[in-house]
Design a binder for this molecule. Structure first.
Ligand code: SF4
Length: 442
């Protein structure tokens, strides 16, 4: 009897990708085959994104295409929280569930395309690390769902609810499985990594019989002992983040922090209701860098938030200069349906937003270029992502996949994705480095 086949479309951010991976793993465990084309599939699952209007449009288009090409469609993910809207446009969808509804998605697949033979987990082999959509040598590790903050420009808490931390033993088990399956780099994600365990009152959990507290520091120590690169995303500058910096200085986890600061003006940060907006962030960054001079800071910022004056914007540029942010993304503020910031006064005209965006990018490009120039002559570790006929392309400790810079190793065609090598930097531009493999005595 033939195996039932599921097509899968995964849209949205790395967090949605982790959801997709979990659903795929379960479906494979249950004996379904995952196929890449509409024609071969008995049913199609669309994991949607509902973060901004463009993402919603893309999600609705993907659902429409799947209906037209295949006809049997299950919808899940962030936009699934707006089931009425989806059903009004696409009445033919079979089932709609919201974010991280793994069990419901899997049971809907069972309901609409029942297996003709029972799955035998001993015969139908699933790779022990699950099915990953990311390249084999790095993986996202989601440590919690939801968020306790209420930033005025964001609707994630209303989509995903308050913070729910995963038990530390489960997170460590998943991380260990990934490492055993060949993952070289774990990317820790959540909506607020520094809040890990708050909802569980930092209770003591267990991993491999040993007690571990459900907090960021013990998690980082545990992950740091697995012997792979560990990179932290979505951290806020709370005082307890200070405890993590020595682990970075000791090489236990990567000296890298992704902190979405969003602004540098205390007045705007307050209007945004940002976590840790009252902290003296510049002082904190100085202290971190004195303990761990190699620390890379990546961040995102919003320009043109309602009420932002030229003076506020200048404070943002001053913050960039003083904090010496290594990597930064910039977004022009745009209203999101349902966000409380929409009701704020003094919205900034589009042309002013554009002008501020350009000034921001200019300052940031200069800071980034100056900081990368200082790396010339240094020997760094590089993980290889891709190899083609011209050479190998990888990333250093300072570069997260997809969002940061690259390290080019021209002519190194013998390397393989996932290799970790040492290389000497000889050239840099605004974003990327060029290096050559280092001699062992370097
Ligand atoms: S911290 Fe703020 S921006 Fe981030 S998910 Fe929570 S509410 Fe949204």
């Amino acid at each position: 009897m033939s195996q039932k086949k599921v097509g899968f479309i995964s849209l949205g951010c790395p967090k949605a990708l982790v959801d997709s991976e979990r659903i795929l793993t379960q479906l494979r465990t249950d004996g379904y085959d995952i196929v890449p084309t509409y024609d071969d599939a008995d049913i199609v699952v669309v994991n949607t994104c509902g973060f901004i209007d463009d993402a919603k449009r893309e999600s609705l288009e993907a659902i429409g295409e799947a209906l037209q090409e295949n006809g049997k469609v299950i919808v899940t993910g962030c936009m699934g929280n707006e089931a009425d809207k989806i059903r009004a446009i696409h009445p033919g969808v079979l089932s709609v569930t919201g974010a991280h509804a793994y069990e419901e998605v899997v049971s809907a697949v069972h309901q609409f395309v029942p297996q003709s033979k029972p799955h035998n987990p001993l015969i139908d082999l699933v790779p022990p690390q699950g099915i990953k959509l990311t390249p084999r040598h790095y993986a996202y590790l989601k440590i919690s769902e939801g968020c306790n903050h209420r930033c005025t420009f964001c609707i994630i808490p209303s989509l995903r609810g308050d913070l729910v931390s995963r038990p530390i033993g489960d997170v460590m088990d998943e991380a260990e499985k990934l490492v055993k399956a060949g993952v070289q780099e774990l990317l820790v994600i959540s909506q607020d990594t520094s809040a890990y365990g708050v909802d569980l009152k930092y209770r003591t959990g267990f991993w491999q019989g040993r007690p571990m507290k459900t907090n960021m520091k013990e998690l980082c120590e545990g992950l740091g002992n697995l012997g792979v690169w560990v990179r932290l995303h979505y951290v806020y500058p709370y005082p307890h983040v200070d405890d993590i910096i020595p682990l970075m200085a000791d090489g236990k986890i990567l000296p890298y922090l992704d902190i979405p600061f969003q602004h540098g003006s205390p007045r705007i940060l307050k209007a945004m209701k940002r976590p840790a907006h009252a902290e003296n962030t510049l002082e904190r960054i100085k202290k971190w860098r004195s303990i761990c001079p190699d620390l890379t800071l990546r961040s995102t910022f919003i320009v043109g938030f309602p009420g932002e004056t030229e003076d506020d914007f200048q404070q943002l540029l001053d913050f960039l200069e003083e904090a010496q942010i290594d990597r930064a993304g910039c977004f022009k503020y745009s209203a999101v349906d349902g966000a409380t910031a929409n009701a704020l006064e003094n919205h900034v005209p589009e042309e002013v937003k554009q002008e501020r965006f350009e000034r921001f990018m200019e300052v940031q490009a200069r800071i980034s270029a100056e900081r990368l120039q200082k790396k010339i002559g240094r020997t760094i570790e590089v993980v290889i992502d891709e190899v083609d006929e011209e050479g190998a392309i990888g990333r250093s400790h300072a570069d997260a996949p997809e969002i940061d810079g690259l390290v080019y190793l021209n002519g190194e065609t013998e390397l393989e994705p996932g290799d970790v090598v040492t290389a000497k930097v000889f050239q840099a531009d605004e974003h990327d480095l060029w290096a050559e493999l280092a001699n062992p005595e370097d």
